[in-house]
Ligand binder design. Structure first.
Ligand SMILES: Cc1cc2nc3c(=O)[nH]c(=O)nc-3n(C[C@H](O)[C@H](O)[C@H](O)COP(=O)(O)OP(=O)(O)OC[C@H]3O[C@@H](n4cnc5c(N)ncnc54)[C@H](O)[C@@H]3O)c2cc1C
Length: 286
């Protein structure tokens, strides 16, 4: 059982707030969505991230996957990959308390999307931060021309939020485009890496208006790299591409210099960065 003492000083960025685990949903064999009840309401924007501490183990950054706003509960979708996430997956139970600091970062540039089409391009657990964006776009759908959700996973079993695709697609102006990496007996849809959804022919099929679109992408670094190259190849400009740079971060507030790209601190100036701003610096894709 993980319990934290009550912490009163909420102004200090290093002091966390308490969050009690209310529900756990298994998305895939390695990804779970955790629903937390917060000790008091928290205002966050889609794309901003939290630092989550499992007491005694450590802290790691995660972007909420639930609808942004001024909320009393928050969902975070987490892939099992190391110390903190192993402990969460293997030992933390409903009723346990963890610690959250944040929100940090700027969040997605929501105002830029007004009057535009938005291509939301996710891979694997990368659909988690994008789900918060998708909800935020649904909230202002009258201002958005179209939302094209493009999502790639290794196999049908590796798809996150699969019980939501039908509801998303039933909405006006929204298309959901799915692919899995390799053929699978349970899958009748498209097969190939997520970049296959960004081929010129497929974009035409989606009726995507490249000149009047923004793209927001989140996934493994190698995916972001090939998504970016494909987007440039089919005619998107660097200014139209936003990438969620989910690199290792520590302080979350631009002090420790663990997450820089050129002059940018991804934790403070991102984590969602316009490709035009970062493209000329070394190691953009790791
Ligand atoms: C802004 C942001 C948002 C994010 N949002 C999400 C999200 O919504 N969902 C999600 O699942 N993830 C998200 N991530 C990624 C998440 O933060 C990491 O998966 C998490 O930090 C892993 O922590 P851990 O302690 O479990 O793993 P660690 O123990 O830190 O290990 C992580 C990986 O690094 C490797 N590793 C560990 N130590 C070393 C070392 N010394 N040298 C080389 N490799 C090493 C491990 O083998 C493992 O593959 C986000 C990251 C950022 C920066």
């Amino acid at each position: 059982m993980l319990i934290l003492g009550r912490i009163n000083n909420m102004e200090n960025i290093y002091y966390p707030r308490q969050a009690t685990l209310k529900n756990i949903k298994e998305e895939t064999p390695t990804i779970k969505t955790y629903r937390f009840k917060l000790d008091k309401k928290l205002k966050f924007k889609a794309g901003q991230f939290m630092q989550l501490t499992v007491p005694g183990i450590g802290e790691a950054p995660f972007t909420p996957s639930s609808a942004p706003g001024d909320v009393g509960e928050m969902e975070i979708t987490i892939m099992k990959t190391g110390k903190v996430t192993d402990k969460l997956h293997d030992e933390v139970k409903v009723g346990d308390t963890i610690a959250l600091r944040g929100p940090f970062g700027k969040g997605y540039p929501m105002d830029k999307f007004d009057g535009k089409e938005v291509l939301v391009v996710g891979g694997g657990v990368g659909l988690a931060p994008l789900r918060a964006l998708i909800y935020a776009l649904f909230d202002k759908i009258e201002k958005i021309k179209k939302i094209h959700i493009c999502y790639g996973a290794k196999s049908p079993a590796d798809q996150c939020f699969k019980d939501e695709y039908k509801e998303w697609e039933s909405r006006k102006k929204v298309s959901v485009n799915l692919t899995i990496d390799k053929p699978h007996p349970d899958w009748k849809g498209r097969v190939g890496l997520v970049t296959c959804l960004l081929e010129k022919d497929y974009l035409k099929k989606m009726n995507a208006d490249i000149a009047n679109s923004y793209v927001v992408s989140c996934g493994p670094e190698v995916m972001l790299k090939f998504v970016t190259f494909k987007l440039l190849d089919v005619g998107f400009k660097p200014e139209q591409i936003y990438l969620s740079m989910n690199r290792r971060m520590s302080c979350g507030v631009g002090k420790c210099a663990r997450c820089n790209i050129g002059p940018y601190y991804l934790c403070k100036d991102g984590p969602d960065m316009c490709y035009a701003d970062i493209k000329d610096y070394p190691n953009v894709f790791g």
